[in-house]
Design a protein around this ligand. Structure first.
Ligand code: IPE
Ligand code: IPE
Ligand code: MG
Ligand code: MG
Ligand code: MG
Length: 298
């Protein structure tokens, strides 16, 4: 897939998910205006929308209309936004810049940021349940369970706990890989698994291939995030460069060195591509997304 094609697809996906998010948020009440503002601020603050784009690319690979996975792409982006609000809190990574703007707790205060995260998490499940009503309720239930696992105590939240526990201590490479697979990989894998479920393709060989792809992609995404923390710029990243070193975090560059971390990212990209060999050109967008993950500048 040519470079401009993937850029166009990214843009269309961003617009599609933002339209969906605008519509569903417009239909919610305004009981606590400041909390509501904090929620809007945390969703519409210029995220790349990588996860929704991955959901839509999965629909293409499974030869389905992208709108059929709107509930997945919107719900996962909302979970992701909540995870960032909490990740930035003083008791976690203590960051003051996110997506080029002051973090939620800087603008709205810590208690509103905690509550915005809580509300976003609950809202994600509502969105998953309500959108795409053509999906039958048994299937929806299975999707809701998968999203809960990917986000909670068997997923992202567990990874965040392991990450914080390991801060200021040296961990080994296996431990770091485990942290990254949970805190970042699980949600990225959920994009594939939930999209396959939404489309009724969860038992196909193609889904198995996609799972191998997403395992490699999810880890690659966080390896690259670690690399960007070292060699990106605050302006381009929209978050404070060097925050990992300042917090004494375990990262791929800190454990392996920058060059070996880059080799690791490349190896994971190759693994992701080789998982897709059973697909034809319908998976070209997924291939391009894997390339994007390790070559991105933000
Ligand atoms: C940042 O995710 C947090 C990680 C899991 C590494 P993104 O790099 O996708 O951040 P946004 O959504 O574009 O801001
Ligand atoms: C965050 O990892 C993973 C999440 C679950 C949010 P990081 O702490 O490295 O993410 P950034 O660098 O702050 O975006
Ligand atoms: Mg963190
Ligand atoms: Mg962080
Ligand atoms: Mg990071």
């Amino acid at each position: 897939m040519a470079k401009h094609d993937i850029q166009d697809f990214f843009k269309e996906s961003q617009q599609q998910v933002e339209r969906v998010l605008q519509e569903i948020l417009a239909s919610t009440g305004n009981v606590a205006p400041e909390l509501n503002q904090a929620i809007h601020y945390s969703i519409f603050n210029g995220g790349k929308r990588f996860r929704p784009t991955l959901c839509y690319a999965t629909a293409l690979a499974l030869k389905a209309d992208t709108t059929k996975v709107d509930c997945v792409s919107a719900a996962i982006e909302i979970i992701h936004c909540y995870s960032l609000v909490h990740d930035d809190l003083p008791s976690m990574d203590n960051d003051s810049l996110r997506r080029g703007k002051p973090t939620c707790h800087i603008v709205y205060g810590e208690s509103n940021a905690v509550l915005a995260g809580d509300a976003l998490q609950a809202f994600a499940f509502q969105v998953m349940a309500e959108l795409n009503p053509e999906i039958d309720s048994q299937r929806k239930l299975a999707m809701i369970i998968e999203l809960a696992k990917a986000s909670g105590n068997e997923g992202m939240a567990a990874g965040q706990a392991l990450d914080l526990q390991a801060t200021n201590q040296l961990c080994n490479l296996d431990e770091l890989e485990r942290i990254h697979r949970y805190k970042t990989g699980k949600i990225i894998q959920a994009c594939i698994d939930l999209s396959a479920l939404a489309l009724g393709k969860e038992n196909s060989d193609h889904h198995q291939a996609l799972q191998s792809y997403s395992q490699a992609l999810g880890l690659a995404f966080q390896v690259k995030d670690d690399i960007l923390d070292v060699e990106g710029s605050t302006e381009t990243l929209g978050k404070t460069q060097g925050a990992d070193a300042a917090m004494n975090k375990n990262t791929y560059p800190s454990l392996l060195g920058l060059e070996n971390a880059k080799l690791k990212a490349k190896e994971l990209h190759e693994r992701a591509l080789s998982a897709l060999t059973i697909f034809g050109e319908e998976a070209d967008t997924l291939r391009a997304l894997s390339h994007y993950v390790i070559h991105r500048e933000k």
